[in-house]
Design a protein around this ligand. Structure first.
Ligand SMILES: Cc1cc2nc3c(=O)[nH]c(=O)nc-3n(C[C@H](O)[C@H](O)[C@H](O)COP(=O)(O)OP(=O)(O)OC[C@H]3O[C@@H](n4cnc5c(N)ncnc54)[C@H](O)[C@@H]3O)c2cc1C
Length: 367
């Protein structure tokens, strides 16, 4: 049984194996490139100095050991769903009876904005944190930073950078939302609160598409130069190996799954998180859904091993709770049409985030 990607859903599978014991009579393997999963929800707080760089990590190596799974530190580079083989970036072939994919999506900043040495993708989030930490350690000046992407991730990164811990003076930040504007899909009240707070913090917002042209960053015919850094928080793209594999995908190339998170073309393959797309209903690519799909995958893997049809299904709630850190000791909550703001929202966010991390730390430590 092969778990590809140590993402937000697969940690729940490892937790299930750690608590109840791994499924009997099978060899469980976790294929993932890094021994830790970085929890994206705590990254804006890290920028603003509310968390250390070492906080917000799930120890995949320790968790896999507790779960009785073999850990292979490598990445999936190709999948043959019919032959039931995954080929890794290092050229290793791993056969499987049942596989589950939770590898996340890829950055698409370069495709949307064009190439430039100042461009940093926010995905994968681990590489983003490492690159930014390195830049800061090397003394790179951050007078003006542009964040491209008007979703919740881009908004939080903009707030985090505006309140960048240890930066004096603090960077000027421009948020280029794309022509869809600020927080598409969020309620009017949330958008109003976020827009007011961005303005109060002096973060410029441009509702245009950004693009590099002749070495300069432009948005709506306006130059955003000089810019020291351009951060792309422009959503998840599907990894190329998914479409190349021949497994059924949605139009954007993500693995097509049903309500049981089972591939619509290959029933011995499951998928969750940003690499998957629900075919029965629209579902945003967000960590919340990956987290809730985790126990569903865990239950259905056990059923699949027993040769039974999957029973568990993920029925998302009508609304999801989003808590956006504004970097200044406060946060904005969004739940469907409702919104709230204040230091208590940030305290709630910290409590939820730290409880999630602590749960996996305890499991990994065997307590
Ligand atoms: C700044 C920011 C803040 C965010 N905050 C929130 C939030 O507060 N709430 C929320 O719901 N969502 C949030 N999101 C969205 C959230 O990060 C993603 O939706 C979530 O990480 C998706 O989880 P996942 O399990 O699909 O993938 P990931 O969490 O990206 O995990 C993928 C795992 O697979 C591994 N992997 C990658 N490629 C391969 C490969 N080829 N082979 C094997 N393994 C591989 C990775 O190393 C990683 O361990 C935020 C996003 C950003 C950018």
């Amino acid at each position: 049984m092969l778990l590809v990607g140590g993402g937000h859903a697969h940690v729940a599978v490892l937790a299930d194996w750690a608590r109840q014991g791994p499924p009997a009579g099978v060899r469980g393997v976790l294929l993932t490139p890094e021994p830790h999963l970085r929890y994206s929800g705590m990254v804006p707080g890290w920028l603003a100095g509310q968390h250390g760089e070492g906080d917000g990590l799930v120890d995949l190596a320790a968790l896999a050991a507790r779960a009785g799974a073999e850990l292979i530190l490598d990445r999936c580079a190709a999948l043959d769903p019919d032959a039931q083989v995954v080929t890794t970036a290092q050229g290793r072939e791993i056969g499987f009876g049942i596989a589950s994919f939770d590898t996340g999506g890829e950055g698409q900043g370069e495709r949307l904005l064009g190439a430039d040495p100042r461009l940093i993708e926010v995905r994968p989030i681990r590489a983003f944190v490492e690159r930014l930490a390195m830049l800061r350690a090397s003394g790179c000046a951050l007078a003006h930073v542009v964040v491209a992407g008007g979703g919740a991730g881009g908004v939080e990164i903009a707030f985090g950078l505006r309140n960048l811990a240890g930066a004096d003076p603090r960077p000027h930040v421009t948020l280029v939302t794309g022509s869809a504007g600020l927080l598409p899909g969020f309620a009017q009240g949330v958008r109003r609160r976020v827009a007011t707070t961005l303005a109060r913090q002096g973060i410029a917002v441009i509702a245009e598409n950004a693009r590099f042209d002749g070495g300069a960053l432009l948005a709506g015919g306006q130059s955003l130069e000089p810019a020291d850094l351009v951060i792309a928080a422009t959503g998840s793209a599907a990894p190329a190996w998914v479409r190349a594999s021949g497994i059924a995908t949605d139009a954007a190339g993500f693995i097509a799954v049903d309500a049981h998170h089972r591939s619509t073309s290959h029933p011995h393959i499951l998928a969750a998180g940003d690499v998957a797309a629900r075919i029965d209903r629209p579902l945003a690519h967000s960590g919340v859904h990956a987290v809730f799909a985790g126990p569903v995958i865990a239950a259905n893997l056990r059923k699949a091993l027993a040769g039974e049809a999957p029973q568990a299904a993920y029925h998302p709630r009508r609304h999801s709770l989003y808590l956006m850190n504004t970097g200044d000791g406060s946060a904005i909550a969004s739940y469907g049409p409702f919104s709230a703001q204040g230091s208590w929202v940030l305290a709630l966010k910290h409590r939820i985030d730290k409880a999630w991390i602590a749960k996996y730390a305890a499991l990994a430590a065997g307590v």
